[in-house]
Design a protein around this ligand. Structure first.
Ligand code: NAD
Length: 326
């Protein structure tokens, strides 16, 4: 059993990962500045004697160095970042600070303390707009179109150098859209919030044809827990996701169905993208992760349905849960 540091551990994915690592018997220190995460997300972990929650900015390498020494950390999962891509479109410094600088800080604290094992949460946004292509990990010409994607690609590049120079063992997963219980942002979250306010009309950003793969958070966390404990040398990058995809219009339909709402008017803001910097559709080549023994456990549509089933918005109260694998 190991002493593990999870940055962004009180966020959506970080809290599920923390719960999983605790269930596997590890000790977990979660560092989060609570900009987007919350104590509430890790409520169920707080009673566990092997869990410590620390409210700090992970962008400070000295602070991380002290934590690593104090808790005898041997492995780090770096998930802290800005996950609100629309917000950073107005204020790019957020992605420099929260997405890039936290990565430098983690790598530098590892260099100073000799920790070697790292997991990094990257994203499909590093590829940029490559509609019609199947995106493989070794694709050339990566050209992010959001500040977020740029900061993640810069983070990958910095980690590659830190890994080489310091013999790190680094695993990078490029996530697609991740959804599930405890969702804090993204289209499903957005639609539920809007429909709770106005059950008659739903504003849909773009033209509704944006089509992306959605991955269920617990499927992702299972894969992280499995792959991160495999032996590796250097830095290994995997796409993780599904071959299937769901349109924004389909998500709107499934959300209305889940909430028992009929005849909702859809008000499209228009345009192919939801906002400037949004990639309207992409498809992963999953050959590499398949060859390593992983299969997506559910389709994108099943992930959306399972997420909607897990969320208990007030206007869905009393509705019967449907089989989310239909
Ligand atoms: N959810 C997705 O669809 C998705 C897709 C691709 C990649 N990712 C990546 O996965 C990771 C987790 O994303 P998430 O969806 O759980 O988002 P999230 O916002 O719920 O989690 C990120 C956490 O990091 C924390 N944080 C931000 N800046 C920090 C700082 N300076 N110091 C300490 N904590 C800080 C936030 O408070 C939050 O709790 C992120 O790195 C994100 O970029 C997510």
């Amino acid at each position: 059993m190991e002493n593990i540091l999870v940055t962004g551990g009180a966020g959506f994915i970080g809290s599920h990962l923390t719960a999983r690592l605790l269930a596997d018997g590890h000790k977990v220190v979660a560092v989060d500045d609570f900009t987007l995460g919350s104590k509430e997300n890790v409520r169920d972990c707080l009673g566990c004697g092997r869990f410590t929650l620390i409210e700090q900015d992970a962008g400070d390498p000295g602070m991380l160095e002290n934590l690593i020494n104090k808790y005898g950390i041997s492995r780090i999962y770096h998930l802290a970042a800005n996950s609100d891509i629309r917000m950073s479109a107005r204020c790019p410094g957020i992605d420099y600070e929260k997405t890039f600088r936290t990565t430098y800080s983690v790598a530098e604290a590892m260099r100073r303390t000799g920790v070697k094992k790292l997991f990094f949460a990257s994203t499909s946004a590093v590829y940029g707009e490559k509609e019609g292509e199947k995106l493989a990990e070794d694709a050339g010409g990566l050209a992010p179109v959001s500040y977020y994607g740029g900061a993640k690609l810069a983070s990958e590049a910095f980690l590659s150098a830190y890994t080489h120079m310091n013999d790190f063992e680094t695993l990078v997963f490029r996530f697609p859209n991740v959804i599930g219980p405890g969702l804090t942002h993204g289209v499903v979250h957005d639609f539920i919030g809007k429909l709770e306010k106005n059950p008659e009309e739903l504003e849909i950003l773009g033209d509704g044809t944006q089509r992306k793969p959605y991955l269920y958070v617990l499927d992702l966390v299972d894969a992280i827990a499995d792959f991160s404990f495999r032996e590796r040398r250097g830095m290994e990058i995997f796409n993780i996701g599904t071959d299937t995809a769901t349109t924004v219009k389909e998500i709107a339909d499934l959300t209305c169905e889940r909430l028992g709402l009929k005849d909702v008017r859809y008000a499209y803001t228009g345009g192919r993208s939801g906002w400037k910097g949004d990639v309207p559709s992409f498809q992963y080549d999953l050959s590499k992760i398949r060859a390593a023994g992983w299969e997506p456990p559910r389709s994108s549509r099943e992930a959306v349905k399972a997420t909607l089933k897990s969320i208990k918005p007030s206007i869905a109260d009393g509705r019967e849960d449907e089989d989310c694998r239909q």
